[in-house]
Each structure stands twice: as structure tokens, then as C-alpha cells.
Ligand binder design. Structure first.
Ligand code: PGA
Length: 253
């Protein structure tokens, strides 16, 4: 049985004080909930403060991106390394978010390098993929997803794939209020699991959490989570408020 994961991606929102207050409110609202794993990804400037607030709780801290340089440091102005994320208290990192792919021109091969670096440092990558509206309308969803999986996971060994979280985020559903229907999401999740099974075998395919992302909110999460292959959610807008985020984590109750 895969434990549900609810991950909040705060993107470029919240100052340090606001982040610390939100994390404290989320911690209080969630109490010792064990049915789902909660992950929050504040902006880099707030990681240290939020890590303090989360100490001793089960809520995991997540970076929104990392630089792939394997040495953990170097002349890369404006970037952040895997060791810096670990040092700040992160256990997870988002990789290949569609905003990184489209607004910051991150290629599949760059994303693959970031995946390898995250795994090498013991961070759990939340590997994002998804098709655009034009690709969906041209019936290219499955080939696009297959290609993103193939390219993003090049040379990632079986003993590492078990530590990867995959997030299917159709680009047309991100921040638009348009959610994929549970049936639309489920068929892509099943496809992703099938790909992992082909490459790495059934046991690992059964183990890997596949999250859905794109306009998830407390009103639609239950139906999405009722599908067999949807193991959680990567949430933007609805994760910026403690009440809404905690309702997402408590979707069953
Ligand atoms: P959204 O963002 O929930 O605001 O659509 C999801 C994401 O970008 O991960």
C-alpha cells in the first residue's frame, strides 16, 4: 500500500515571516496525522526559518529546484546545490516543474542531471512531467509523457528509482482552475506505472508514488485520490493557506 503524499509548492510566494507563520499554522492544523505524508516547499530564503518550525514534526521540507553540479558548490551565480538544500533541512526537491521547463528553458537532459544529483545526495526528487494543451489536443499526451520519462530517467538505476516520486502535472491544469478529470489523470498515472514496470519491474512500479498536480483543491482531492494509481497531490495555490492545505492532507476525513 502506497502512503499518500500531499506536497505544497509555494512557488515564489511568502516572505520569511509569512512562511514561518504558515508552516507553524500547518503544523498545528495537522497535529500528528499519520495517514498521509505532508511535504512543503517554501521559497529558498525561508527554508531555514521553516526548518526550525518543523523540527520534531513529520512534515517534510522540500526545495523547489537545485543545480546539478555534483560537487555541491561552484561558480554558479544564483543557483543552489543539493548539499545546501540538505544543510537547510530538506529531504525532498522538486525537479522539472513545468514552470522550470518552459519559463527557464530546462531541458530533459538537464532535468536528468538534476535527478542524478538529487539521488546522489540522498534527496527525494519529486520528478514532474506533463503535456501542454496543444499536445493533448493533438493526441500526443502518451508519447510526450513517455519521452519525458525516458529522458528524465536515463541511467537511473533500479536501486535509485525506488526513492523517486513522480508528479503528473498537465500544463493546462496548473494554476488555471481546470483540473484533469479523475479518469484523465488515472489513465496517465497507469501509463506512467506501466513505463516503470517495463523498465524496472513490477515490484518497483508498485512502490513508486505517482502524484497528480494541477488545480487540486479541498473540493476535488477526494475524487482524484479515489483512483487506484493516484497516490497524492502536488499543490500550488491551495497550499498557501494552512486551513486549505490541512484539508488536503485530511482529505479522507
Ligand atoms: P496549482 O499548481 O495547484 O496552483 O495548479 C500546481 C503546481 O504547479 O505544482
Amino acid at each position: 500500500m502506497r502512503k499518500p503524499i500531499i506536497a505544497g509548492n509555494w512557488k515564489m510566494h511568502k516572505l520569511i515571516g509569512e512562511s514561518v507563520a504558515l508552516a507553524a499554522a500547518i503544523r498545528e492544523a495537522l497535529g500528528g496525522i499519520e495517514e498521509a505524508m505532508s511535504v512543503i516547499a517554501p521559497p529558498f530564503t525561508a527554508l531555514g526559518g521553516v526548518a526550525e518550525v518543523l523540527k520534531g514534526s513529520d512534515i517534510r521540507l522540500c526545495g523547489q529546484n537545485l543545480h546539478e553540479a555534483p560537487g555541491g558548490q561552484g561558480a554558479f551565480t544564483g543557483e543552489i546545490s543539493a548539499s545546501m538544500l540538505l544543510d537547510a533541512g530538506c529531504s525532498h526537491v522538486i525537479i522539472g516543474h513545468s514552470e522550470r521547463r518552459t519559463l527557464f528553458s530546462e531541458s530533459d537532459s538537464r532535468i536528468n542531471a538534476k535527478m542524478k544529483t538529487a539521488l546522489q545526495y540522498g534527496l527525494t526528487p519529486i520528478f514532474c512531467l506533463g503535456e501542454t494543451l496543444a499536445q493533448r489536443e493533438a493526441n500526443e499526451t502518451f508519447p510526450v509523457i513517455e519521452n519525458q520519462l525516458k529522458e528524465g530517467l536515463i541511467n537511473i538505476a533500479a536501486n535509485d528509482i525506488g526513492r523517486v516520486v513522480i508528479a503528473y502535472e498537465p500544463v493546462w491544469a496548473i494554476g488555471t482552475g481546470k483540473t484533469a478529470s479523475p479518469a484523465q489523470a488515472e489513465e496517465v498515472h497507469l501509463f506512467i506505472r506501466g513505463f516503470i514496470e517495463n523498465q524496472y519491474g513490477k515490484e518497483l512500479a508498485e512502490k513508486i508514488p505517482v502524484l497528480y498536480g494541477g488545480s487540486v483543491n479541498p473540493g476535488n482531492i477526494r475524487e482524484l485520490m479515489s483512483r487506484e494509481n493516484i497516490d497524492g497531490a502536488l499543490v500550488g495555490g491551495a497550499s498557501l493557506d494552512a486551513e486549505s492545505f490541512s484539508r488536503l492532507v485530511r482529505y479522507k476525513f
